[in-house]
Write a protein that binds this ligand. Structure first.
Ligand code: PEP
Ligand code: MN
Length: 330
């Protein structure tokens, strides 16, 4: 449920309204927009009398929100959210370019890649330290040591770092990580989402392999319900019957998400296609469709990569993608 306030509402009136609503056991979400202030009510709103709320002096209109996601809903927060990550921003015209290897493999590898992606225009460095692999016999990541190496690359390049968490017990190791990624396989790990909701960390939430847009937004809602609104959504392709690509990039998810939510939406064309030569066209399509950023896997030696070499771009190919993307985003 939302209450749109009249322009002349004073701070005192807003406070009175907020405490009245909170006294009824509701969470109150206030959005001071460019043109309007909107009060979003979360919780058991069934007991709220629409007519009583509408009749209050400062209230212009009252609407019930039919979608099950509330805090993530654009109706609650009509303006795009801007998420600040270190010295960079994502959303509302701020385009993020997150690049780096699938997994951190060595000091030399991550520092070398970090320097080259930065030179091409990346705004954040990615690299997996804890890797969710389909086979338990595949490289599982350098774990805590991988995070240390990312921090070293951050100290050298100044790029904020993005890395995936698989277990909430590992949170202490992520203290200096700028963006915590929740991978596709954990999108509905609700205990993990709840734990992340108790932090103030920026969360990059990837869409699950077989999850709907609504389910992605409900997962964001789990994090937001705990008080953490720093979320970047990531479309990374979904599983379909097609086999020429690793997944099928759902480009239409971009405009749909932009309509439904105020949260920024980035696209990962690497996991979406699984094939390096398809990454550029999909990156351009995503930028043209209104994405707020891209996440691209880059390796200094894709043939020798311990993970996802086939979809990894060389630094030169990544540079070429960046130049073309910049022409689209202006
Ligand atoms: C990744 O980004 O390294 C990753 C494992 O991606 P996803 O969770 O989208 O498969
Ligand atoms: Mn990968």
């Amino acid at each position: 449920m939302i209450a749109v306030l009249k322009k002349e509402t004073t701070a005192q009136q807003l406070e009175n309204l907020t405490s009245w609503l909170k006294a009824q056991g509701l969470d109150v979400h206030i959005s001071h927009g460019k043109y309007q202030t909107i009060v979003g009510l979360v919780g058991d709103v069934a007991k709220i009398d629409d007519e009583l709320l509408s009749s209050l002096e400062m209230v212009e209109t009252v609407k019930r929100i039919s979608e099950p996601f509330k805090s993530a809903n654009r109706k609650f927060h009509p303006d795009d959210s801007v998420i600040e990550v270190g010295n960079t921003k994502v959303g509302d015209g701020n385009f993020a370019i997150i690049a780096g290897p699938c997994s951190v493999e060595s000091e030399e590898q991550i520092i070398d890649i970090a320097k080259s992606v930065k030179a091409s225009g990346a705004t954040m460095l990615r690299g997996g330290a804890f890797k969710p692999r389909t086979s338990p016999y595949d490289f599982q990541g350098l774990k805590g040591d991988g995070i240390e190496l990312l921090l070293e690359a951050k100290a050298i390049t100044g790029l904020p770092i993005v890395t995936e968490i698989m277990n909430a017990n590992h949170l202490p190791m992520f203290e200096d990580v700028d963006v915590i990624q929740v991978g596709a396989r954990n999108m509905q790990n609700f205990e993990l989402l709840r734990e992340l909701g108790r932090t103030k960390k920026t969360i990059l939430l990837k869409r699950g392999l077989a999850n709907t847009i609504k389910e992605l937004l409900m997962s964001a809602e789990y994090i937001m319900a705990g008080g953490n609104e720093n979320i970047i959504l990531c479309e990374r392709g979904i599983r379909t019957f097609e086999t020429y690509t690793r997944n099928t990039l759902d480009i239409s998810a971009i405009p749909v998400l932009k309509e439904l939510t105020h949260l920024p939406v980035v696209v990962d064309p690497s996991h979406a296609t699984g094939v390096a030569r398809y990454v550029k066209p999909m990156a351009l399509a995503a930028a043209a469709a209104g994405a707020d950023g891209l996440m691209i896997e880059v390796h200094n030696n894709p043939k020798e990569a311990l993970c996802d070499g086939a979809q990894s771009l060389t630094p030169e190919q990544f540079d070429d993608v960046c130049m073309s993307v910049k022409k689209i985003i202006g």
